[in-house]
Design a protein around this ligand. Structure first.
Ligand SMILES: Cc1cc2nc3c(=O)[nH]c(=O)nc-3n(C[C@H](O)[C@H](O)[C@H](O)COP(=O)(O)OP(=O)(O)OC[C@H]3O[C@@H](n4cnc5c(N)ncnc54)[C@H](O)[C@@H]3O)c2cc1C
Length: 410
């Protein structure tokens, strides 16, 4: 049987493998000792518990991600409120509120003061409609402005979704998110969190699924070079082993962009990145704290309340890369106490700085993203950085894998 070699076991590679496994022989080659890439759990000895490399949020409108999770049986590990509710706390102005978009497509919630951001008018939200017509070369800030609604709603949402400051972020990519979630009504923007960890929802069930289908995963297999012959890939060079490809064999390259450009001649890819900082505290969430709170007027952006820990995410976090970890932990812990309404000494903590968390979602970098199809007839590209039409997200990564799988199943 013809074989599909998938290089990289992040969500893009796993998604391609899951799509292909029931009709093809699938072999995944992963450089690391584990799967999941930038979306995985690990045991952290400072906290003495299993945590995620970074908190990840999905929305119920992330159709590809949810279809993947359902197929592998990971959807049961995603939790969130039954309705689209988003709690916010402005610690500078000492004000908390709950945003509650209504379920249907007609956004009548913007006319209901108790459902929208305090001190804003329904008309303020209409500006977002213009965003849906944004061109690929436009940046986001002119669409969302810099008034109170931007500070309290648009900035927190878009900075985390794009991992790029709105002053330089692509309005086109922001519009794609709005189109797939908020514009479809509250039913498509219920927040979902992998409460038992990212690996339990997205990685371990995928590996089980693949093994049951006869797929194989080789860990510690780092692709060092690709050999090309005419219009096809002829071999994969893993250093100690060179894998020759049969005439019908195909390859999905699902590695990060910096790796891909070194392997594929002439490949253009986004090579500017933005950081994400996560702070984890070994302190169980108080009972009254929601699973997710948007934090305004602080360094912290989103506070996740888990049963065994409190975790904070800061996106587009270049400004904190040089800050000593202990200083960050102390400052963020002060903010956590202010939001959650308690006082306690700093518990065991962990700060994770992901310098290259995602590519920078600017119009310039977006223009460099390659399509899944390549000039080599048995090579397809996958990854959140390929041309998915979305910023670097779980949804984009999983969709890119499915697209690459489609090219390999012909
Ligand atoms: C801290 C953080 C927070 C995030 N938060 C969110 C969020 O809230 N919501 C959301 O939707 N998205 C979020 N994301 C983005 C999301 O994690 C990514 O979009 C997604 O995981 C990317 O998957 P991928 O498969 O494209 O890439 P990767 O996960 O980078 O996978 C690439 C794989 O290739 C392997 N590899 C590399 N080189 C080689 C080689 N030479 N040979 C073999 N294998 C190789 C790597 O080890 C890795 O396993 C976040 C990311 C980070 C880092």
């Amino acid at each position: 049987m013809a074989r599909v070699h998938i290089v990289g076991a992040g969500l893009a590679g796993l998604s391609a493998a899951v799509e292909l496994a029931d009709g093809r022989e699938v072999l995944i080659h992963e450089a690391a000792p584990q799967a999941g890439g930038r979306c995985r759990s690990y045991f952290d000895s400072s906290l003495n518990m299993t945590i995620d490399n970074g908190n990840h949020l999905l929305l119920s409108g992330n159709d590809s991600a949810l279809a993947y999770a359902r197929k592998i049986g990971g959807d049961r590990k995603l939790a969130g409120p039954d309705e689209a509710v988003f709690d916010f706390c402005d610690i500078e102005r000492r004000e908390c509120w709950r945003l509650r978009p209504n379920a249907g497509r007609l956004p009548w919630w913007i006319l209901a003061p108790e459902r929208r951001v305090p001190h804003t008018a329904g008309l303020d939200y209409a500006a977002l409609a213009k965003l849906l017509f944004a061109r690929r070369d436009q940046t986001l800030r002119p669409f969302i402005g810099s008034g109170d609604l931007a500070r309290k709603l648009w900035d927190p949402i878009f900075v985390s979704a794009l991992n790029t400051d709105p002053s330089e972020a692509s309005a086109f990519l922001a519009a794609a998110i709005v189109r797939e979630t908020f514009a479809r009504g509250g039913e498509a923007c219920r927040p979902l969190v992998a409460v038992e960890g990212l690996s339990a929802a997205f990685v371990d069930p995928a590996l089980d699924f693949l093994r049951k289908q006869g797929g194989q995963v080789r860990f510690g297999a780092k692709l060092r070079a690709i050999q090309f012959a005419g219009d096809r890939v002829s071999a994969l060079d893993f250093g100690e082993e060179i894998v020759q490809l049969g005439g019908q064999d195909k390859v999905v390259l699902a590695v990060p962009p910096l790796v891909a450009v070194a392997l594929v001649p002439g490949l253009k890819a986004p090579l500017e990145f933005r950081a994400i900082v996560n702070a984890h505290f070994a302190f169980p969430a108080p009972k009254n704290l929601p699973l997710l709170t948007g934090v305004i007027g602080a360094a912290s952006e989103w506070l996740f309340g888990f049963s065994d820990r409190l975790s904070v995410t800061i996106s587009a976090a270049e400004r904190f890369l040089a800050t000593p970890r202990e200083d960050l932990a102390r400052a963020i812990w002060d903010e956590v106490q202010a939001v959650a309404g308690f006082e306690a000494p700093l518990p065991a903590w962990q700060i994770i700085k992901e310098k290259r968390a995602t590519f920078a979602a600017t119009p310039e970098q977006d223009a460099l993203r390659p399509f899944a199809e390549t000039q080599w007839r048995n090579l397809a590209m996958a990854g959140d950085w390929t041309q998915t039409g979305l910023p670097a997200t779980i949804e984009g990564a999983i969709r890119s894998g499915a697209t690459a799988a489609g090219l390999c199943s012909g």
